[in-house]
Design a protein around this ligand. Structure first.
Ligand code: GLC
Length: 548
């Protein structure tokens, strides 16, 4: 049995980590916004679910220009979400319940409200304060054109002009100026932040946009030539390490430096990189002298197709193994369409267009989506490595695709010129109870409106109900803990088309049927299945079973 206690410095290798998006989890003070006390009050839910750790998305002071990923102070708590004492209470209670705590670190950019950026604006061109960010003069006769053709991830130029005429770089919103990681003071400040939270007992860090910190800032900055090359997708078309701001080789020095800080603690603090970088290059961030893990988004991006998923699994395991890391698996998070809806969209569906149609076209069959989501989850939880579970997926929540545009808060909506509704549909506050204000989220309303059908998905509606998605997750996580042994996976040699079948160890086999007809199961006792078996004992379509 795997040891998930703090005595095991490798506890993270096969941990199940639950992502809490604090604004939308639970609201203890009744102001409509989730908060840290709300998380603490609901920790028993996570303990009963059987996860090993929770990862808190940013809870730092922020004007929420990008849902908290615009941090004004890395070493404090947003007053609307609580205090440092509330954080300490949360961490203490989590640890008491046997849960590790991972916090989000956002090193690529600060909020424009950060004291450094305010100083930079006040200090003017050429000042040392500007040097902590990426300020440049513009092009054109009076500097009226941005310094380069680099585009923001959220749309439009990545440069914003300030009143004195200079421009600053922001790969995300203009409220998120990029830091200059060539600056020693920036590096030292993040070491301080790593120590600040590690000293408070944090067990690990999730590193936001980990692949963008190192930039080629040699003057003059170079154009990409094609604005499309600003996207992370461009990385597959360029020789590795040559993009001016993504996945540059120098970025790894930063993480080797961090590893020395993280390893100065007992047990060493772990970290996981959010790096939208193709396979083998992504694994470099997970090397033992760097962050330990990197999110693998290829599983999330795969279509519901046996061959594709099999290839993604094999590739992810091989690339992680090659650097001595463990693989990671994600189906949902705060940036993507929830998998209970996504897996029903026909392959190639334009998800933005689907959201803009309020989820009407193409039609998504909600029960069928949930069925696939449950099968995909049970498959994921049988894979070697760690799984990252996003709040609400244990309830089978679908994407709220029909949020009225007037309530949208995601900056993507305005910054894309209203071409993308953005990510609010997966950030709607959780339903805990079947009735009451905001379905038990808090005493007041919720900051994004919850649809009436959330009542059916509430924790209260599923708790103790045989066959509910919540009980499926609980049983799967309990069994997984018991069965987990080693990090091996052995594919079955002969399987019907559309079927994935592998053994984890003696006594744990996982079979998923992605075809549209029932298939026979291999011999053995069925421990758990994501949907009832067909009448004749065969595995129904869109179902995963675990066998002993
Ligand atoms: C990451 C976060 C996302 C945020 C972006 C900018 O991708 O997951 O929510 O908008 O970074 O910080």
């Amino acid at each position: 049995m795997t040891d998930f206690s703090s005595h095991n410095p490798d506890w993270w290798r096969q941990a199940v980590v639950y992502q809490v998006y604090p604004r939308s989890f639970a609201d203890a003070d009744g102001d409509g916004l989730g908060d840290l006390r709300g998380v603490t009050d609901r920790l028993p839910h996570l303990a009963a679910l059987g996860v090993d750790a929770l990862w808190l998305s940013p809870f730092y002071p922020s004007e929420l220009a990008d849902g908290g990923y615009d941090v004004a102070d890395y070493r404090d708590v947003d007053p609307r979400l609580g205090t440092l004492a509330d954080f300490d209470a949360l961490a203490a209670e989590a640890h008491r319940l046997g849960l590790k705590v991972i916090v989000d670190l956002v090193p690529n950019h600060t909020s424009h409200q950060h004291v450094w950026f305010q100083e930079a604006l006040a200090a003017g061109p050429g000042s040392p304060a500007r040097d902590r960010y990426v300020f440049r003069d513009g092009r054109g006769p009076s500097g009226e054109l941005p310094p380069t053709d680099w585009q923001s991830v959220f749309g439009g130029s990545a440069w914003q002009r300030v009143p004195d005429g200079q421009w600053y770089l922001h790969l995300f919103t203009r409220e998120q100026p990029d830091l200059n990681w060539d600056h020693e003071e920036v590096r030292e400040d993040f070491r301080t932040t790593l120590r600040f939270w590690s000293d408070r007992g944090v067990d690990g860090f999730r590193v936001d946009v980990a692949h963008a910190l190192a930039k080629d800032l040699a003057d003059p900055l170079r154009d990409l030539g094609d604005p499309e090359l600003s996207g992370e997708q461009a990385l597959v078309h360029l020789p590795p390490g040559t993009h001016p701001f993504y996945d540059r080789d120098e970025v790894h020095e930063i993480y080797r430096d961090w590893r020395r800080v993280l390893d100065s603690y007992t047990p060493p603090r772990t970290a996981v990189a959010e790096a939208w970088v193709p396979g083998a290059r992504r694994a470099l961030y997970a090397r033992p002298d760097e962050l330990n893990q990197a999110f693998n988004f290829e599983y999330l991006q795969a279509s519901w197709n046996a061959e594709q998923i099999r290839a993604v699994i094999a590739d992810s395991l091989a690339t992680a193994r090659a650097v001595g890391a463990s693989a990671t698996w994600v189906l949902s998070n705060h940036d993507v369409v929830r998998h209970a809806s996504r897996l029903m969209l026909p392959p190639g569906t334009d998800q933005n267009a689907w959201l803009l149609s309020d989820g009407r076209a193409p039609h998504v069959d909600e029960p069928a989506g949930l069925r696939r989501a449950r099968a995909a989850t049970l498959l994921m939880l049988a894979l070697p490595g760690s799984s990252y579970v996003y709040q609400g997926e244990e309830l089978g929540l679908p994407e709220v695709a029909d949020l009225p545009v007037e309530v949208l808060q995601d900056p993507l909506w305005e910054q894309t010129g209203r071409a993308s509704k953005g990510r609010d549909g997966c950030r709607v506050p959780l339903p805990w109870t079947t009735t009451g204000p905001s379905y038990g989220f808090g005493a007041a309303g919720a900051w994004l409106p919850q649809p009436p059908y959330f009542a059916r998905y509430a924790v209260q509606a599923q708790d103790g109900v045989e066959g509910s998605t919540l009980e499926l997750y609980r049983t799967a996580l309990r069994l997984r803990r018991k069965l987990l042994e080693g990090e091996e996976l052995t594919w079955a040699l002969e399987t019907p088309p559309g079927v994935l079948s592998f053994a984890r160890c003696d006594g744990w086999r996982c079979v998923t049927n992605l075809s549209d007809t029932p298939v026979p199961l291999p011999p053995g006792e069925v421990l758990l299945s994501s949907a009832p078996l067909a009448g004749d004992g065969r595995l129904a379509p869109d179902t995963t079973a675990w066998l002993a």
